[in-house]
Design a binder for this molecule. Structure first.
Ligand SMILES: [Mn+2]
Length: 306
């Protein structure tokens, strides 16, 4: 029976490549595993898969009673609606635990590393398995994506060592790859602001109040900041549609290492002021120097300020 591997909704590169890498690893152990996605991928991931010769994984099927492995997430609101808690066999993740309960026992591997693929790279080593050049390249891309080319505060020494070791086989120029990935991610042609707000967007159901935090990592912040009014409109719609109390959306300049956070309403303003110690707010946008990581620099301070 096929076991489906799937990352979170609104997948990022780490979520998608983790599924592909884990499929490769399990197949080396003669197991029937299939990498899938929970919703359409972003342009950075498209670029990475194409560059290293991988197909976009199919959507996870809705069939009942299937077996599923979650990668790169565990919070119920970030899991595909096609996955039922009783179908989950294992979780490989690098996030905090977010309130999932299951009727059955399961395998779990969690480590506070920069990416989920870092953890999978270590699993190859533990099991004494070889990593191919293609898979090694994918792992490096996943680490670069989640750690913003090793600049995010979530980056660990282990991530750097894993990438450096794999690069002996992959032979990549990491900075060149990172720049191409960031450029692909910054391409907004044909996208409206509703899509941009929702592309890298997570709902947090285990906080004191239901909150959502979207980010847009870019090398061209102006290309999005110049559509301010449409973004505020999109946030209003999304907040109502997702039934969250508070919505946050941040444009992250990955080159400067700073963020602009939209203040969607008076309650959000209160939280942002408390979370970031009265930051400069101009025309409804808070300026947050040094902030790039949602996991480390948005989720904890926002949760603490609720
Ligand atoms: Mn990740």
């Amino acid at each position: 029976m096929t076991v489906y591997i799937v990352g979170h909704l609104n997948p990022d590169t780490d979520a998608v490549v983790s599924a592909i890498v884990l499929e490769d690893l399990e197949k080396k152990l003669d197991k029937e595993y299939k990498a899938t996605i929970a919703s359409p991928i972003n342009r950075e991931t498209e670029y990475v898969l194409k560059r290293f010769g991988f197909e976009v994984p199919p959507m996870i099927p809705a069939e009942e009673g299937k077996k599923v492995i979650l990668v790169d997430h565990n919070e119920p609101t970030q899991i595909s609606p096609s996955v039922k808690p009783e179908e989950i066999q294992a979780i490989y993740d690098h996030h905090n635990l977010g309130g999932l309960t299951t009727p059955q026992p399961l395998t779990m591997m969690f480590k506070p590393l920069g990416s989920t693929v870092s953890l999978l790279a270590e699993l190859y080593k533990e099991k004494g398995l070889e990593i191919s050049k293609e898979i090694g390249s994918l792992i490096i891309a996943g680490i670069i994506a989640d750690t913003v080319n090793f600049t995010s505060p979530i980056t660990t020494e282990e991530d750097k060592k894993i990438a450096a070791d794999l690069n002996k086989i992959a032979g990549l120029d990491a900075d060149e790859l990172a720049m191409e990935m960031f450029k692909a991610k910054s391409d907004i042609s044909g996208m409206d602001m509703m899509e941009i707000v929702g592309k890298d967007y997570k709902i947090y159901s285990s906080m004191k109040r239901p909150v959502s935090i979207g980010t847009w990592e870019t090398v061209l912040p102006e290309s999005v900041l110049s559509h301010k009014e449409e973004i505020f409109e999109a946030l209003k719609k999304k907040k109502a549609a997702d039934k969250v109390d508070l919505i946050f959306f941040t444009i992250v300049d990955v080159l400067k290492g700073e963020a602009h956070m939209f203040v969607a309403g008076p309650e959000e303003e209160e939280v942002i002021k408390k979370a970031y110690n009265n930051p400069e707010i101009k025309d409804g946008i808070a300026y947050l120097p040094g902030v790039i990581s949602r996991k480390k620099q948005m989720v904890p301070p926002i949760e603490g300020a609720l």
